[in-house]
Design a protein around this ligand. Structure first.
Ligand code: GLU
Length: 417
């Protein structure tokens, strides 16, 4: 799915430039927001199972700490670049601002293919990476979380390494932890649940009904598979899903849980009985009501967007749509719920987890989901109203809301010294 020519950092900066013009952003503040506050590159030597030593390159970027500590996931993928991590960190700043949680944006990544590594190798890489960034992370500074190919176990290793070095348990250093060491109820499915809430809001605005709607989901990781499951539970028909190896289609609809079981057995959704094979490109053009890109960046492009037939695109992935594709989808009248809103449920429940970890007082799953819904609904309505009053796309509207909040905070705090 990777495309070497695509530069997410250039895309993130140009999105900011576009909104700066619309909101008449102060040029000094614009210059500040255009760059990350801090970016750390580290080399991570790892003893591999065969006795050799491999060295991986890792990054942690803190785009902003103006509204609070920086917050954002850690991704393990062979196509990670520093520019990608910088873009993802900037998007986290806008995401936290659009849902009104007190964080700035951060992101981390290691260039590696965890699918070709043993669990022990991934653990040693994670612990060494944690040691290398120990001076810039912490509950008050920067709080990592899961992202592509990282999970609660990886968060547990980070929490343990950080805590062993401090000499006492520090559960607030990461979110997305397992429940037994201070994770939050509902965190695992929060990205998908938040995406469902924004789809429900969009469906209402469009005068559609979720029950009986048809859905296509690209990507079958934590966000994609749970989004498919929740949408299926709401009575939508999931026509097609995919993962990095390819996709499957059935005109009668798929049972997401059965597809997950197949993926767990065979490592892919491909080959699920009774389905036709589709590529990750073809899947985007399947006739459906709701399309959920839940894989990587740069999927809806100038090349693939013209084929889109969905009425609503809900971006569970970060950065799946290029600016060219945005224009094409807008002309077609597709309502695109932008990533910084559609997938903000994950970081919102991360915020709840951080609060619970610091207070050492834990909430029920119901409390978490009710609070998540209220934040997602409020953010959706603010962005939707901004879209209507400014006559812009929903993406630009979300940027207007977010950038204004971060700019206001930057102005209030002033430039140090
Ligand atoms: N990686 C997720 C995201 O892109 C979650 C970040 C977090 O929970 O801090 O939003």
């Amino acid at each position: 799915m990777a495309n070497k020519e695509f530069n997410p950092w250039a895309m993130a900066q140009s999105q900011l430039d576009q909104v700066a013009e619309i909101i008449d952003l102060d040029p000094g503040i614009h210059r500040v927001l255009r760059l990350p506050r801090r970016a750390l590159t580290v080399s991570i030597p790892v003893k591999m199972d065969d006795g050799s030593v491999q060295v991986f390159e890792g990054y942690r970027v803190q785009h902003s700490q103006t509204r609070g500590p920086s917050k954002g996931g850690l991704r393990y993928h062979q196509d990670v670049t520093l520019d990608e991590v910088k873009a993802l960190a900037m998007w986290m700043t806008w995401k936290c601002a659009v849902v009104g949680i007190p964080f700035g944006g951060g992101k981390g990544g290691i260039i590696c293919n965890p699918k070709e590594m043993s669990e022990g190798e991934v653990e040693r890489m994670t612990r060494r990476f944690t040691a290398e960034m120990i001076m810039i992370i912490g509950p008050e500074v920067d709080i990592p979380a899961p992202d592509v190919n990282t999970n609660p176990q990886v968060m547990a290793w980070i929490m343990d390494t950080y805590s062993m070095n401090r000499g006492y348990p520090v559960p607030g250093v990461v979110t997305g932890k397992p429940l037994d060491i201070g994770g939050s109820q509902g965190r695992n499915e929060a990205t998908a649940r938040g995406c469902l809430f924004s789809i429900q809001n969009a469906v209402k605005k469009k005068g559609m009904k979720l029950e009986g709607s048809t859905v296509v989901v690209q990507g079958y990781g934590n966000a994609g598979w749970i989004a498919a499951r929740l949408l299926h539970e709401c009575g939508a028909t999931v026509l097609a899903v995919s993962d990095s190896r390819g996709g499957i289609y059935s005109k009668n609809g798929l049972d997401p849980v059965a597809v997950l079981e197949h993926k767990q057995k065979t490592k892919s959704v491909v080959g699920f009985p009774g389905t036709d094979a589709v590529t990750n490109e073809e899947i985007l053009g399947i006739e459906c009501d709701i399309l959920v890109p839940a894989a990587l960046e740069n999927q809806l492009t100038e090349k693939t967007a013209p084929a889109v037939k969905a009425k609503i695109v809900a971006e569970a992935a970060n950065g799946p749509t290029t600016p060219d594709a945005d224009r094409i989808l807008e002309e077609k009248g597709v309502l695109v719920i932008p990533d910084i809103l559609a997938n903000a449920g994950g970081v919102t429940v991360s915020y709840f987890e951080w609060v619970q970890s610091i207070q050492e007082y834990f909430w029920t799953r119901e409390e978490v989901n009710v609070k998540l819904k209220s934040i997602m609904d409020k953010a959706f309505n603010e962005v939707y109203d901004t879209m209507e009053s400014n006559k812009v796309s929903m993406r630009l509207a979300s940027y207007i809301v977010a950038v204004n909040r971060v700019a206001e905070a930057t102005t209030l705090r002033g430039i140090y010294p």
